[in-house]
Design a protein around this ligand. Structure first.
Ligand SMILES: [Zn+2]
Length: 126
């Protein structure tokens, strides 16, 4: 993946993060602190970590923020865009749509199928 694509994905992640932040009920002073237009990735990862522990956030929001945090952390260590299941590279096209994806499309589909089966039968068929 070239640097330009990576930057584009990072922007998408940050925009998503901002959107969730805006939707959640938070005091304005705190939000001022989180204007990270020029912040380094590592600072963002740190502030995201705090958000992850914020109990005022809804469960789904917290999960999203943590996924974004994880993706940003991966970017900072340079192993972003690799499937956690099969270690294959996740296509940039997929990451541009779902930047926080930790699995490639194939593994994601498999995992969802397993999850659906678990919900249906109450046990994992794996
Ligand atoms: Zn995979």
């Amino acid at each position: 993946m070239d640097g330009k694509t990576l930057e584009q994905i990072r922007d998408t992640l940050l925009n998503k993060w901002r959107k969730i932040e805006k939707n959640s009920v938070r005091d304005l002073d705190h939000q001022e602190d989180l204007s990270f237009a020029h912040a380094e990735i590592i600072d963002i990862a740190q502030s995201l970590e705090q958000v992850g522990r914020d109990t005022s956030l809804k469960e789904a929001e917290r999960r999203d923020l943590l996924a974004i945090e994880k993706a940003l952390a991966k970017m900072s260590v340079g192993n972003f865009g690799v499937c956690e299941e099969c270690s294959e590279e996740i296509p940039a096209k997929r990451l541009l749509v779902i930047p926080e994806a930790r699995l490639c499309a194939q593994c994601q589909a498999y995992e969802e199928k397993q999850a659906a089966r678990t919900r249906f039968y109450g046990i994992s068929a794996r």
